[in-house]
Design a protein around this ligand. Sequence first.
Ligand code: BGC
Length: 749
Amino acid sequence: MKFKAEILAAAMICVAFNGNAGKPTPVYLDDSQPIESRVQDALSRMTTAEKVAIIHAQSKFSSPGVQRLGIPGIWCTDGPHGVRPDVLWDEWEQAGATNDSCVAFPALTCLAATWNPEMSAIYGQSIGEEARYRNKNVLLGPGVNIYRTPLNGRNFEYMGEDPYLSAQMVVPYIQGVQDNGVAACVKHYALNNQEVDRDHVNVLVDDRTLHEIYLPAFKAAVKDGGTWSIMPGYNKYNGDHACENQTLLLDILKGDWGFDGVAISDWGAVHNTEKVAQNGLDMEFGSWTNGLNWGASNAYDNYYLATPYLKAIEEGKLPMSDLDDKAARVLRLIMRTEMDRNRPYGSMNSDEHYAAARRIGGEGIVLLKNDKNLLPAENAKKILVVGENAIKMMTVGGGSSSLKVQRETLPLDGIRKAASDKGIEVVYERGYVGDVTGEYNGVKTGQDLSESRSADRLIADAVRAAKDADMVIFIGGLNKSDHQDAEGADRQDYNLPYGQDAVIEALAAANPNLVVVNLTGNSYAMPWRDKVPAIVQGWYIGSEAGNAIADVIFGKVNPSGKLPITFAKDLKDYAAHANGDAEMYPGVNGDVTYKEGLDVGYRYTDKLKKDRINYAFGHGLSYTTFKIGQPALSSKTFDGNGTVTVTVPVTNTGDREGSEVVQLYVRDEKSSVARPYKELKAFGKVNLAPGETREVKLTLDKDAFAFYDAADKMWTVEPGKFELLIGNSSDRISYRLPLQVGQSLKYKD
Ligand code: BGC
């Protein structure tokens, strides 16, 4: 029966595409054939004009396929935290669809803070299902640009400061998305670490830093995650735009890493036909954004990879081989996605997706401080909530990651609901006014956040209410408006905006039971740190923000998030800002020079006095306590090949179920080059019932010991003494184990 149905289906396809039942199915339509044969077959049937047509946009987010051959086009969508609502064909304004509301998942900083690749897999699977259901075949995300400066407006879209953590977390996200027959598009390749002058800023960085800090997450996305597409960014590297950069695209991405997918330009990031044609970019999008009154009907035909490219090929000025390579890659992507008839159908706004968003959110929230076990708030009778971020929708705004959500539970509502279940009274005071607007590209929150009281009055009212409550929860931080956590501009200040420091100080003086919950994608100054007994880092959590926060506040979820970034005391405690050198940030005459080299995040603060950080990379508390037991090594020497396994027993010594993250940092005691004091090279998260002990196994291979030797472009392991530092935070190392590396090694990416 099944056999008959298959024959019938095949016959129908022949009819559908060839109009001639009985003729054999062409190879490119026959999905029993290997993809490469199908790609080459399709390519061989295409005219030059058709090849050119499929490598550039036909609208804001789509490209055409080959209608004559029945090959569908590509539909992209942002990413990376939810599937963006549809915009008009040629405009950023809303298409006005009524079927494009989504679940907003937590921002990627929050995902990274789970330190749990399983959460990445759930995230990727869920957002992939939403994209698939909406018939998108490229999801523009995830982002893995390294957190070089806390001023970068887009850090919330990325996975923190550490190349190893980002690499581990990005891979399952990609695989989850692609299991749905939707391509992930990892961005922004590479060195897109600031928004100031983002379209043209030229990054100058030494090769070793490039390979050790800024490329590993992209490499993992390609080599381990098998991403089907990647997005070169707006910035330049060594004088050439990322989309036209031979080193990044041809030498490294397609050469060293063997990338077989599609390099899709960031929107409007292409500048020159000749360069972009020859240096490895495959698809051009967004070059001009108005097809209506600029360029009218032929706007897309004027793209750098459109008519000008076709003309150059026809005149023999540019080779056909490059075009064939680009078109083949685009065809491969179409076969992997839209033309894969076995891919699932996807789903949208499902209970499972909300559950995933809530779970990831709860697991990514980081308990920074909890003096006198103030949290969980189980015994409070009357809680005062203060702060604009308790009542502000945060899924609208911030740039291209802005969403139109089916629903978003606000922190105040989540807290109210959980509190009422426990018979706790909740009252609210605004405390300060930040950004009362609520619109992005025509998506409106519909919230009225207007407020007529003066700043002093707002504080006085909050203080009065604080004196009458037995616990105060301040919910503030940054938001998604310009110069906060948003695309297109950087923050201008390391401090919290809108006078929040004064509000927190006043509340701390009024009530000793103050919890500060900040929702941000960046670190910030905490002049009030020592006066506040409990501090929670909340990130942007999306649709389930309120519920995830309430889960942690009231103890339904025992916090287990760990910081993926260093919370340094001042801006100058980040190396890029240490000397206030404009050449290092934001750049001078178009160049920004990463003079700090490897000194990013904890790699820099490890060189400073301890009091220069508020909370270290990897830090995060729990409502229970853990004991990390004596680790055992599978071998005391490492011969350069194979692996060493470190087994670490962890015991839950408290009275609540909880999860702990064991972190392993490698330290090279003596090296021919300067190396960071320590570097994260393995981690593992374990969930434990009270009293339970389990072993975490951490595996190290040659990559854990290697540095990048820029002279011969090889990864290099030098023999000698190493130390394995094991703990539950970069600043809480419980064990130091010696390890002897016996042999030197040189190898390529
Ligand atoms: C952003 C990308 C985004 C694209 C499409 C650009 O401005 O940099 O991250 O995917 O727009 O919206």
